[in-house]
Design a protein around this ligand. Structure first.
Ligand code: ACO
Length: 330
């Protein structure tokens, strides 16, 4: 019995923020943003639309495309760094309720941009242990709620959105999730951090005045570690499974920065056609970025049943992960 990646869904909020918009709120310009990051637009949820709402919309699509009865879902995992509520209840519980599901485990995981691959690894383990028949995994982010729109070094990078997948079971080797690497190193915990409103710096007027409730990033340091770690991670995953990079149909990396993706693609000798790029359109949507990218190639009919995907992510923590997965949907 193997776990399989049965379906994909995503949701993009309707409000577009283009680079011109950022020119009007901070000292920046389209040329700097596009050259340094590859981003042209990103999307923003409405004020009354929360992370769970984005996740629910993505989940509905994934459930419908899987062709399953939602009552057969045995677990819901939501990866997010922008939950509806800081501590509780979890966004996964809220999503579960909004989907009309009850009495199944539902929990959030916090692994920043690597969250979707972390969720995938947990789903794989539960499905293969026959604890759940289907697991719904979601990467959902309303990053606009934790972005400091006065900080030009971060605000231009991030967008809102959600992606979801149904993980099921198969006995067919050609449909399975082949392998997953996940890892972390807390030494670099301050590279990407929201310093305020946790137990270390509980919410106070001082915290708010100093904008500590927002994401801070050591961009340049993160960039260097990201390129090195991601490259090593995927090289190790491919070699452990005896798969050469020319066999990859779709390399679907976390969409943080075009230059990081290009550097890792070059290390793997990947052809442009193999690399999925959505950073230009969505910016960095953290845990939602990989499933949104998978959804893009699905909806543009580039993703076919049996295609081999290589997923690769890196984020705050620091955390990282990669996975070799056959797409088992239709
Ligand atoms: N517009 C214009 N100038 C800017 C802007 C902006 N929006 N932002 C920064 N600058 C300036 C800086 O102030 C600096 O100016 P200085 O030289 O006068 O000091 C200059 O541009 C260069 O800044 P750097 O930070 O060195 O720029 P860099 O080339 O590293 O690009 C970036 C910054 C895009 C953030 C890049 O470092 C990056 O992508 N880092 C990795 C991000 C990432 O992978 N994150 C992980 C996942 S995210 C998560 O987990 C939530």
């Amino acid at each position: 019995m193997f776990a399989k990646f049965l379906s994909i869904g995503a949701y993009t909020p309707k409000n577009v923020m283009d680079n011109k918009y950022f020119e009007s709120i901070v000292e920046t310009d389209d040329e700097w943003i596009y050259k340094r990051t590859g981003i042209k637009t990103r999307f923003k949820a409405d004020d009354n639309q929360y992370t769970s709402d984005l996740g629910v919309e993505a989940a509905k699509v994934a459930i419908q495309r899987a062709g399953i009865d939602k009552k057969d879902i045995g677990m819901i995992i939501c990866a997010t760094i922008s939950p509806d509520y800081l501590c509780m209840p979890s966004t996964a519980c809220i999503i579960s309720h909004k989907l009309g599901l009850k009495n199944i485990p539902a929990f959030d995981i916090s692994a920043a941009c690597s969250g979707f691959i972390y969720a995938l690894s947990i789903a794989k383990a539960y499905v293969e242990a026959k604890v759940a028949k289907y697991v719904l995994i979601i990467g959902a982010e309303k990053l606009s709620s934790i972005v400091d729109y006065t900080d030009r070094s971060t605000c231009v990078l991030f967008g809102d959105g959600a992606g979801a997948a149904i993980i099921g079971t198969t006995t067919n080797e050609k449909e399975k999730i082949i392998d997953i690497n996940i890892s972390a190193d807390g030494e670099f915990q301050d590279f990407l951090i929201t310093p305020g409103c946790g137990s270390k710096n509980p919410c106070s007027q001082k915290v708010l005045d100093e904008h500590l409730q927002f994401m801070k990033m050591k961009g340049n340091e993160t960039f260097k570690v990201a390129v090195k770690t991601l490259s090593n991670d995927v090289v190790e995953l491919l070699s452990r499974n005896g798969i050469s990079s020319d066999k990859i149909d779709h390399f679907i990396p976390h969409q943080a920065n075009y230059r990081i993706i290009k550097a890792v693609g070059d290390t793997l000798n990947l052809h442009e056609k193999q690399i999925v790029l959505t950073v230009e359109k969505y910016g960095n949507t953290s845990s939602a970025s990989i499933p949104m990218a998978i959804n893009d190639i699905y909806e543009s009919k580039r993703l076919k049943n049996g295609d081999l995907m290589l997923l690769d992510a890196f984020g705050g923590g620091l955390t990282w992960g990669s996975s070799l997965v056959y797409f088992a949907g239709n």
